[in-house]
Design a protein around this ligand. Structure first.
Ligand SMILES: [Ca+2]
Ligand SMILES: [Ca+2]
Length: 333
């Protein structure tokens, strides 16, 4: 009830750009939340399955844009299960504020709308995997080298393309969308879990929850140690084809890797503990998280870190957006 209230009232209020309406929405929905039994609210942050998803439709955007509320909390960031790599350590506690996160990756259709408006040049070369990574001419987000429609995640976009998209969308909407910090990404992917994957330590469920390297992917990646199942896709799938994580995020594992804001650091030794991006270190390289359609289960772990040259476009890296701009509108803060 609180979710529906917030969604519809917030959407209507924003449609009118009416601060009084937004204020009424906040007060009314906050009242409903206070009527929610305390025991349920207490367990909200502990038990992912009971997460009361609050969804906002940002109707000022030039395409359907839904974001889910990621609640405030604290978590152990990094290799808490002991199965990771040195760059996932030291494990540290991070205090998180709540924020909104896109339910899906940015789609090719969304990116096309941006390019149509701005004539942004996103290059005509893209890195592809063929017995090792190689940069090929004549490939790009419109044609990454495999079939896509507008509902697939955009690929062959670098970190700067993502920032150009964000600047355009913020101009169009008056919002403050941005890339997630690495801490925000991991916190949202974990959805309260402390296991290797949000659904546990085993990989058996991956074909239900993610488009990654499965038996079908052997067509393109012969010899890989793939998931022992068939998820139906060798390359990208339409977003939200697979089950969402407990906090309502689709394809948080697999489909495409997702750029984060942080500069690359090979350790968490001096990383921020407040959920903000780590903006020191090697800023010519930026992080990306979650694994892609061609990755084996090890690379889909919640804590796995990857990084690349911020100018490189690869056919398995995309992005999704977050915003803290509506934080004050949320009754839980
Ligand atoms: Ca697959
Ligand atoms: Ca993804």
């Amino acid at each position: 009830m609180v979710t529906d209230c917030f969604l519809y009232m917030y959407t209507a209020a924003r449609a009118q750009s009416n601060t009084v309406s937004i204020a009424v929405c906040i007060v009314f929905c906050s009242g409903l939340l206070l009527l929610t039994p305390a025991s349920h609210a207490d367990e909200h942050l502990k038990t992912a399955a009971q997460h009361d998803q609050i969804v906002a439709r940002f109707i000022s955007a030039p395409f359907p844009l839904e974001m889910v509320w990621i609640p405030k909390g604290r978590f152990q960031m990094g290799d808490s299960s002991g199965s990771g790599q040195a760059d996932e350590r030291p494990v540290r506690q991070v205090e998180m504020r709540g924020f909104w996160m896109m339910r899906t990756e940015v789609t090719r259709g969304m990116f096309a709308r941006f390019v149509e408006d701005t004539r942004h040049a996103a290059g005509d070369r893209c890195w592809v995997f063929a017995a090792g990574w190689t940069e090929r001419d004549g490939l790009g987000w419109r044609a990454p080298g495999f079939p896509q429609n507008d509902n697939h995640p955009v690929t062959c976009v670098n970190w700067h393309d993502a920032h150009a998209f964000i600047a355009w969308l913020n101009r169009k909407t008056g919002e403050t969308f941005r890339l997630p910090s690495e801490a925000e990404w991991e916190y949202a992917a974990r959805a309260g879990s402390e296991t290797v994957y949000y659904m546990g330590d085993q990989v058996a469920a991956l074909c239900t929850n993610a488009n990654a390297a499965d038996k079908r992917a052997l067509e393109h990646y012969p010899g890989f140690a793939v998931n022992d199942c068939d998820d139906g896709y060798v390359r990208t799938s339409p977003v939200a084809t697979f089950a969402a994580n407990p906090w309502g995020l689709y394809d948080i594992y697999g489909n495409t890797w997702e750029w984060v804001e942080d500069c690359w650091n090979s350790s968490y030794a001096s990383a921020p503990a407040d959920g903000s991006a780590f903006l020191e270190g090697d800023c010519s390289r930026r992080g990306f998280r979650g694994g892609g359609y061609g990755d084996i289960p090890y690379f889909l772990r919640s804590t796995l870190r990857n990084r690349g040259d911020a100018t490189h476009r690869k056919d398995d890296i995309g992005f999704r957006l977050v915003t803290s701009g509506a934080t004050a509108s949320n009754p839980r803060q």
